[in-house]
Structures are given as structure tokens and as C-alpha cells.
Design a protein around this ligand. Structure first.
Ligand code: FES
Ligand SMILES: [Fe+2]
Length: 421
């Protein structure tokens, strides 16, 4: 439970808000590289932390990220011409390069110096892991680019996409860090609910260790034959890294997966979904990507008019099928990530956390909120919050493994916890 003041401090991300200021200290994914794939190709609309922007890949192949509105008379830069290393407003032809410098002003006399006085707001970008990242904070405090293992995995070994989520980022992030719902909500139950009384299996013993990047948390389930170890990372402010829950829980696990929950504004979120092969010798095939997307509730379930939105949405109750809910799955909603979205969006645009009743398995969520509030305070006092130093999470990996009953899992899985790319 949070006070309304704490809730506002955590969830409001616009310019000048405490959380907005904190978020602007980190590199955040602004869009997918595929959205602006061609040099001099079509620009893409971006809304990030409540600011409207336009991305364009310039002639050199580098992505520019500028204000959505021309500084002349506020015409939309999205309609602009992307040509010869700059984006030209189509209203009166003013042209800006990716640093925001005005490089041409055909509506003013040739000897005018006005061009040198006008800039368009522009943010630095960096590309990696299939994403274009943006830094929107104080230029003097710009940190080194992100160092997730994802951004070092070659294109042949990784996949990144995103889904529009119609709610505040924090309830989406909390849903991702909430390990205890995984074996309940996402369960395929075939009409048999006996798993709900198997407390040891359903409820992990959660151990949260605070780190320089956020925390590492472990859910160890003691099963009759094995210990099932799930070790996740929360990398501040909005990243989760986890091991892949294989179709069979006990199958050897070739993937590292994760999400970035990036605030579009206070009531909308881009959920970036990504994975990469845990083994540098094994690339991911297009067939595998298609199958994985399908089971997540995307792929064929994506809106044909906009592949980053789902066909299953609030208007159609996420295609909930009550017959399926009785006989095949716990929710009756198709697709794992669709189930997450259904719950998170239907909590309302921004959850009132003063009405909650948190239990023992909510520990990871409580810690995450504490870390974010701590980071807001650190940023306010001029310090460097956790997770800004990319070296702090450069080598981490998540786990989803089973180990023998008698093993000390920390020893058994020491090597598996380290990045291989
Ligand atoms: S409004 Fe863009 S050039 Fe005039
Ligand atoms: Fe989930």
C-alpha cells in the first residue's frame, strides 16, 4: 500500500515531475529500429515520457529524434521530408539535422542570421538490441549507453518487438516482476484446479537481493524430485530480465527473455518484449520467433492494421472464452502476454495503490517501489541513482533451471548466471 502522494511520485512521468526527472537520467527505448529502417525513409511518430517526438533515420544511417512540432509555427514534423541528412518541415521548408541545428531556412532572406538562432529540440540516440534508445536528460549527465547482454547478441540470435499497453507503466512493470502469478494466472489447467492447493509448487520462496542496478530475485520452488530455480533481475528503472519458461518446465532452457516497460505518458506504455539465445552457438530461427510470438498472444493475434497492438483488447474482453476457462486454461484468454495485458489494463489507467492489501509474495514489488522512490530522492539531491552505470548489469543473466534436490543451487548455477555475449 502506498499513500496517494507516493503513488503520484512513482507514476507521473511528464517533464518536471520527480519520476519524470528520474526517468530522464537513463537511456530508454524510444522505438524499434525496424520502425525507421531506411536511411532517408519515412519518419516515425514517438511519444515518450509525455513528450511528442519524431524519429528519422538520416542519410548517414543514424537516427535523429526531434520535437514533433516545428519551432517556426508548430507544424507537424512527421509530415516532413527526410533528405540529405536532415528533416525538412513541409510548411515553409525549414530543415533541421539530427542534432537539432537549423541547416536551411528558405522562407527568410539569404543573408538572414535568424537560421543560426533557431533550433528544434533534439535528443541523442543510440541503437542496440533492435531498439533506438534515447537520452532525454541533462546533457552534462549523459551516461554510457545501455549494456544489456541483449544489445551485444548478434541480430541472428535475438528478437525484439513491442506491444501498446493502455495503462500506466508501473502496473505493467509490477505485473512483470510478480513471479507468483505465473503458475496461477498463466496456467493451462485442463479443468483441474488441484494445483491451487499445492502451495509449495505454486508459491515460490522469494529472496530479493539489492544490487547496484536494482535487484536480483530468486523464486525457488521445492518440488518432490527437484528444486526449480527462477532467478530474475530488475534493472532500474523499467527492465526485467528472466529465464525462459519452457513449454516443459524441466526442459533445458535456451533463451533469456525480458521486457522494458517504457512510459509513453502517465496512462500509456510501450511494453518491449525481447529474447535472445542463451547459447552463442544457436541462432534463433524465423520459425521459432513465429511460434513464440503466437504463444505470447501476438503474431496472428496482432491487429492487422497495427502490428504493435493486439486484436484481443478491452473492447472485446481480450477474447475471453468462458468454455475455455472451464476446461483448458485458468483465464480463458488466449496468449500469455495477452493475459498480462488484460489484467494490467483492466485495473484502470492508473491504479490507486492506497487500496491494496499486499501479501508475502508481493515482496519483490514492494522492493521495486522502494528502490524507485529512493532513486527519485537520490536524483533530487544531485546523486547518481542505481542502474545508471551500465557496468553494474553488464554481465548479468537470468535463470530458469531445475537442479537436483540435494544441490546448492548457487554453486550449481554459478556459471549459468554470467553473460556469454
Ligand atoms: S512551420 Fe515549419 S517551416 Fe514553418
Ligand atoms: Fe504474466
Amino acid at each position: 500500500m502506498l499513500t496517494p502522494e507516493q503513488n503520484a511520485r512513482l507514476t507521473q512521468v511528464g517533464p518536471g515531475t520527480p519520476m519524470g526527472n528520474l526517468m530522464r537520467r537513463y537511456w530508454l527505448p524510444a522505438l524499434l529500429s525496424e520502425e525507421v529502417s531506411e536511411p532517408d525513409g519515412a519518419p516515425g511518430r514517438v511519444r515518450l515520457l509525455g513528450e511528442d517526438l519524431v524519429a528519422f533515420r538520416d542519410s548517414s544511417g543514424t537516427v535523429g529524434l526531434v520535437s514533433a512540432y516545428c519551432p517556426h509555427r508548430r507544424a507537424p514534423m512527421f509530415f516532413g521530408r527526410n533528405e540529405e541528412c536532415g528533416l525538412r518541415c513541409v510548411y515553409h521548408g525549414w530543415k533541421f539535422d539530427r542534432s537539432g541545428t537549423c541547416v536551411d531556412m528558405p522562407s527568410e532572406p539569404p543573408d538572414s542570421l535568424f537560421k543560426d538562432k533557431v533550433r528544434i529540440e533534439a535528443y541523442p540516440t543510440w541503437e542496440g538490441g533492435g531498439c533506438v534508445w534515447a537520452y532525454m536528460g541533462d546533457p552534462a549527465l549523459q551516461p554510457a549507453p545501455p549494456a544489456y547482454e541483449l544489445v551485444r547478441a548478434p541480430e541472428t540470435h535475438r528478437f525484439s518487438t513491442k506491444t501498446f499497453e493502455d495503462c500506466n507503466y508501473l502496473q505493467a512493470l509490477e505485473g512483470g516482476l510478480d513471479s507468483s502469478h505465473a503458475t496461477i494466472m498463466h496456467r493451462k489447467n485442463k479443468g483441474d484446479l488441484s494445483f491451487l492447493t499445492d502451495y509449495k509448487r505454486t508459491i515460490p520462496g522469494i529472496d530479493v537481493s539489492i544490487t547496484d542496478y536494482g535487484y536480483c530475485y530468486t523464486g525457488v520452488r521445492q518440488l518432490p524430485e527437484h528444486q526449480w530455480v527462477r532467478l530474475y533481475h530488475y534493472v532500474m528503472p523499467v527492465t526485467q530480465i528472466r529465464g525462459h519458461i519452457a513449454t516443459s518446465e524441466f526442459k533445458d532452457n535456451p533463451l533469456i527473455k525480458g521486457h522494458f516497460w517504457v512510459p509513453i505518458d502517465d496512462t500509456h506504455t510501450w511494453t518491449y518484449n525481447w529474447f535472445y539465445s542463451a547459447d552463442p552457438a544457436i541462432p534463433v530461427t524465423p520459425e521459432f520467433v513465429a511460434e513464440s510470438e503466437e504463444s505470447s498472444g501476438r503474431g496472428a493475434w496482432s491487429d492487422p492494421r497495427d502490428r504493435y497492438r493486439l486484436t484481443a483488447n478491452r473492447e472485446n474482453d481480450y477474447l475471453l472464452d468462458r468454455a475455455v476457462q472451464k476446461t483448458q486454461s485458468f483465464t480463458g484468454i488466449p496468449g500469455v502476454n495477452t493475459q498480462d495485458l488484460a489484467i494490467q489494463e483492466s485495473m484502470g489507467p492508473l491504479v490507486d495503490r492506497s487500496l491494496e492489501h499486499l501479501g508475502t509474495t508481493d515482496r519483490a514489488i514492494i522492493m521495486m517501489r522502494q528502490l524507485l522512490l529512493e532513486a527519485v530522492a537520490v536524483a533530487e539531491s544531485g546523486g547518481t541513482p542505481r542502474g545508471i552505470d551500465a557496468a553494474s548489469y553488464h554481465n548479468v543473466r537470468a535463470l530458469d533451471h531445475v537442479v537436483p534436490k540435494e544441490a546448492v543451487w548457487q554453486d550449481e548455477l554459478r556459471e549459468a548466471r554470467l553473460a556469454k555475449f
